[in-house]
Design a protein around this ligand. Structure first.
Ligand SMILES: CCCCCCC[C@@H](O)CC(=O)SCCNC(=O)CCNC(=O)[C@H](O)C(C)(C)COP(=O)(O)OP(=O)(O)OC[C@H]1O[C@@H](n2cnc3c(N)ncnc32)[C@H](O)[C@@H]1OP(=O)(O)O
Length: 284
């Protein structure tokens, strides 16, 4: 009985204290490919402690001690890691994330949806420090083969892309070793590093972390349409529509709208196969 939705949702939230400092932030940024060219003043804001700002998607890895995979260990959830894919992610920033911090986080299973051939778990975590709420994060986890338990099907709405041409399009190369570096920020899932495990999960080689693509994309948006001002990001959500692999190039298309920036990401070398869909960066 791998998924018991009622038990999972009724379970006490897990809470704990997390801390981070400039090294965690720098490592996260490097895992997104930041720092090229190394002396570019804009890149130094991601890499040099005296100029550092924090890309808001750092919220998805801060205090990795809480365990990226911790939500999968909640009561009522007993799934095979090889069946798990990150299906979607959203964050809402209540304040700018400081370079050094200490916060209390609570994490719980907010919803469990039954998609028939799969289950979708919504893992919500909230971080608060002495000055109040910092961020809220929802991870949607797609668990292949675990549907059919008689639960609600959940939402299936999609965001249409604007019909006009994108306002900006950039390409970002994923380095061959990028997943190996990114995982040091806390997502140790062997799917991204171990070829044998990747095969077990149905892939012919390790795939990139969804949250790595997510962070790379936010960085591209911040660097191109937000003038490098990461404090303008209020919220950011996406659906992971298809895998990305190390060594590929991501094509990132952006449309500026009233509420923020609509984004679509595809894999250049695979005929623009979708990677991120339904992505929106809400800005002030
Ligand atoms: C705290 C954080 C914990 C994080 C744990 C994760 C740890 C990480 O290390 C793991 C990763 O990073 S994995 C890498 C990133 N993710 C991916 O690469 C997945 C890419 N997406 C896919 O392969 C497919 O879209 C796929 C397979 C996801 C879906 O494709 P299909 O099976 O073809 O689905 P489809 O037939 O189109 O739809 C069936 C129903 O499911 C809903 N759905 C589809 N994609 C979804 C998605 N991405 N997220 C949530 N729901 C999704 C559909 O809406 C549909 O439901 P309905 O009929 O009700 O509309």
């Amino acid at each position: 009985m791998p998924i018991d939705a009622n038990l999972a949702i009724a379970a006490e939230p897990r809470s704990g204290e997390i801390t981070w400092d400039h090294k965690d932030v720098q490592l996260y940024h490097l895992g997104l490919g930041a720092g090229v060219p190394a002396t570019d003043p804009d890149e130094l804001r991601y890499t040099l402690e005296s100029r550092l700002h924090v890309l808001p998607s750092f919220a998805t890895v801060a205090g990795a001690g809480m365990g990226m995979m911790g939500g999968l260990a909640a009561p009522g959830i007993d799934v095979d890691l090889a069946a798990v894919l990150h299906g979607g992610q959203s964050i809402r920033l209540h304040r700018t994330i400081p370079v050094r911090g200490r916060a209390r986080t609570t994490a719980r299973v907010a919803a469990v949806y039954d998609k028939g051939k799969a289950a979708v778990l919504v893992l919500r975590s909230e971080a608060t420090d002495d000055d109040g709420p910092l961020w809220t994060s929802d991870a949607e986890v797609y668990v292949r083969g675990e549907g059919g338990f008689g639960g609600e099907r959940g939402p299936s709405a999609r965001l249409e892309l604007p019909e006009r041409a994108p306002d900006r399009t950039v390409e970002r190369h994923v380095r061959e070793d990028q997943a190996l570096l990114y995982r040091l920020s806390g997502d140790w899932n062997p799917l991204h590093a171990d070829p044998e495990f990747a095969k077990l999960a149905g892939f012919d080689r390790p795939i990139l972390h969804g949250l790595c693509t997510y962070g790379m994309t936010l960085k591209a948006v911040a660097d191109t349409v937000l003038g490098g001002d990461v404090t303008r990001v209020r919220a950011y959500r996406t659906r992971f529509a298809g895998v990305a692999y190390p060594s590929e190039t991501l094509r990132i298309r952006m449309w500026q709208q009233d509420e923020g920036v609509r984004v679509a990401v595809s894999a250049v070398e695979r005929d623009d196969a979708p990677v991120l869909a339904d992505a929106l960066v809400e800005t002030v």
